[in-house]
Design a protein around this ligand. Structure first.
Ligand code: DGL
Length: 267
């Protein structure tokens, strides 16, 4: 039965769990299958060719579970390889975090100056500026790559002095930029949200695309009549390509919930 099939979600590592959390809150009756490519994280410093190959491998793992929808919980893949995922999915709908984040930021800004932080690949692709300007060409986008945020999140350094120091270094780029909105353009960054918020200071609205993605998923599945009608709540089925024990530890830290099994898969 189509409606009981899982929602497939993937990222390079732990970051996509921020999207899993939002999906669970918005759609508690849905089964979730999550793949974190922990063997090859980070994706952000890699070339487009490599990121596209990884995206193709990731999606072929999730397709084994016959998902009814795919959520690309990775901005880097959304920016550089969304077409690879869409092609592999055929008729299965695909939602990428990037467009959802861009839309939310356009709705939030009052002074039409938006900051975007993301991986090196996402920032170099200019995909956020394009998505934002396709919605409103008058908006000015200021971007900054923050590559060290990904390993800090993967280490669970949510409140560590090193994270604070690095955040000060990266976010100083925005001190004279006059932005009123900052997009967390990498799904790892909401894990460090407290430090980012403290460093950037008050009066700047932080955009995390996870909630927007969850709303869009709910909308799409309601329209197509594919919501799971059986009101049970399921622990997500977690797959990783390396170090399942480490992933379990981080899962507990970020999700604050009982630990489901983490399965090791080969990429
Ligand atoms: N969390 C991912 C993103 O949203 C990828 C981070 C990385 O692997 O560099 O871009």
């Amino acid at each position: 039965m189509n409606r009981e099939r899982p929602i497939g979600i993937f990222d390079s590592g732990i970051g996509g769990l921020t999207v899993v959390r939002a999906i669970q809150a918005a759609l508690p009756a849905e089964r979730i299958i999550y793949f974190g490519d922990t063997a090859r994280v980070p994706y952000g410093p890699k070339s487009q060719v490599t990121i596209r190959k990884y995206a193709s491998d990731d999606i072929s793992i999730l397709m084994r579970y016959q998902p009814k929808i795919i959520i690309v919980a990775c901005n880097t893949v959304s920016a550089l390889a969304l077409d690879v995922v869409e092609h592999a999915c055929g008729n299965i709908p695909v939602i990428g975090v990037l467009k959802a984040g861009a839309k939310l930021a356009v709705q939030a800004t009052k002074n039409r100056r938006i900051g975007v932080i993301g991986t090196q690949a996402t920032v170099s692709s200019n995909a956020y500026a394009c998505a934002i300007n396709s919605l409103n060409p008058e908006i000015e986008v200021v971007s900054q790559a923050c590559p060290l945020f990904v390993p800090l999140a993967e280490e669970g350094f949510v409140d560590h002095p090193a994270t604070k120091l690095i955040a000060r270094e990266y976010l100083s780029e925005f001190s004279n930029a006059g932005i009123d909105t900052l997009v967390l353009g990498c799904t790892h960054y909401p894990i460090l949200r407290r430090v980012i918020e403290e460093t950037i200071g008050q009066g700047i609205r932080i955009i995390d695309s996870a909630e927007a993605v969850a709303l869009r998923t709910k909308e799409l599945m309601t329209e197509s009549g594919e919501l799971n009608p059986f009101r049970k709540s399921f622990a997500p089925h977690l797959l990783v390509s390396d170090l399942p024990q480490k992933f379990s530890r981080l899962y507990q830290l970020f999700m604050n919930s009982e630990l489901p099994d983490v399965e090791l898969v080969e990429v």
